[in-house]
Design a protein around this ligand. Structure first.
Ligand code: ATP
Length: 324
């Protein structure tokens, strides 16, 4: 009802729509129309009402509200079920809970701020209110669990290419899960998996993009290593549109991965890679070492040539390590 009212107001946003006109259009009482308008106002929509003229939509709030995300979303299934919360501990925590309860593939969780935003291995992801695009979605891929890292690559390619194509930003990927502009991190991806030996139950994929965050709002220790779209473009970016573009691109890449396999994706990933050929320090719980990153294999593992005299080629799996 609320969304139908909003749609009607949106379609006639230049003019007033009378209460009677709205109630006829929607087939409900004028009181029901009034209630829907009130509840839209509570969400932040600025709706003007004038005696004898009716209602007019004056301003849409800068929030990632489900009705805004759905309006003009070009996907076939991703983001059609939306769970929106003003605040969350972490979108991935809720996505995993929903997935366990049977939520469909493509279910989206969105928030304005995360109190306990996380990166890999429990690291924190700074998620200030109303400034980022913070979301998770549920996938139920027909992949062997050993191939699950391919999904992180899929998401990284989708995010980096969206930033390049739609925002003309020179985004690249730092293996396995971070999106950089130059030497600054602009977005992160967190892939969490529930699997049996022979199959994946579900994947909760979380993505956080720094959108309208000013550098000085990051902690001093992060400030030199991070960036945002605002910082790069010099003006604020419409968050809903960015999210819609990301969802569109993620759905397309995921479909391509399911139909064509990892090889074409890996080739495109390699074009966006920022690490191969470089000296890297691998920080793993059991053993850290330095070497040269030489390739990424068909499972998404990084192949690192340990420094001369100290050993051969090492295969590094995404889940276990950090690259510095
Ligand atoms: P790194 O080598 O940067 O630790 P990682 O892949 O191991 O990479 P992630 O788990 O992806 O790290 O992300 C968490 C890390 O990202 C944090 O430890 C912090 O350094 C950094 N970070 C936290 N919040 C943000 C943010 N909003 N934007 C960019 N970087 C962030």
């Amino acid at each position: 009802m609320k969304e139908k009212t909003l749609r009607a107001l949106r379609e006639t946003s230049e003019e007033y729509l009378s209460g009677e006109g709205l109630s006829n259009l929607l087939g409900v009482s004028r009181t029901a129309v009034w209630k829907a308008v009130q509840s839209l106002r509570e969400e932040g929509y600025d709706i003007i009402s004038q005696a004898r003229r009716g209602y007019r939509l004056n301003k849409i709030p800068d929030l990632l509200l489900p009705a805004e995300i759905r309006w003009g979303l070009g996907t076939r299934w991703l983001g059609h079920q939306i769970h929106y919360h003003d605040t969350l501990s972490s979108t991935n925590i809720l996505a995993k809970e929903l997935a366990r309860q049977g939520a469909a593939e493509g279910t989206l969780v969105v928030t304005e701020e995360q109190k306990e935003g996380r990166g890999r291995r429990g690291r924190t992801w700074y998620s200030p209110r109303g400034e980022g695009v913070l979301f998770s979605f549920i996938l139920r891929p027909a992949l062997q669990p050993t191939h699950a890292p391919q999904l992180t690559f899929m998401a990284a390619v989708a995010v980096a290419e969206t930033l390049r194509r739609e925002y003309d930003l020179p985004a690249g990927i730092k293996w396995p899960n971070d999106i950089y502009i130059g030497d600054r991190k602009v977005a992160g991806i967190l892939t969490e998996l529930s699997a049996e030996v022979d199959g994946i139950n579900f994947v909760a994929m979380g993505i956080g993009v720094n959108v309208n965050t000013r550098l000085d709002s990051f902690s001093p220790s992060l400030r030199a290593r991070v960036t945002s779209l605002l910082q790069e473009k010099g003006h604020p970016i419409a968050r809903v549109l960015l999210l819609q573009r990301l969802l569109y691109s993620l759905e397309r890449e995921y479909t391509a991965l399911s139909q064509e396999g990892f090889a074409p994706l890996r080739r495109r990933w390699l074009e966006l890679d920022l690490v191969l050929g470089k000296k890297v320090r691998i920080i793993a719980p059991e053993r850290s070492f330095t070497g040269r990153a030489v390739n990424v294999d068909e499972y998404g593992a990084l192949l690192v040539q340990e420094q001369e005299g100290k050993g051969g080629m090492r295969r590094v799996l995404a889940g276990d390590v950090s690259l510095r």
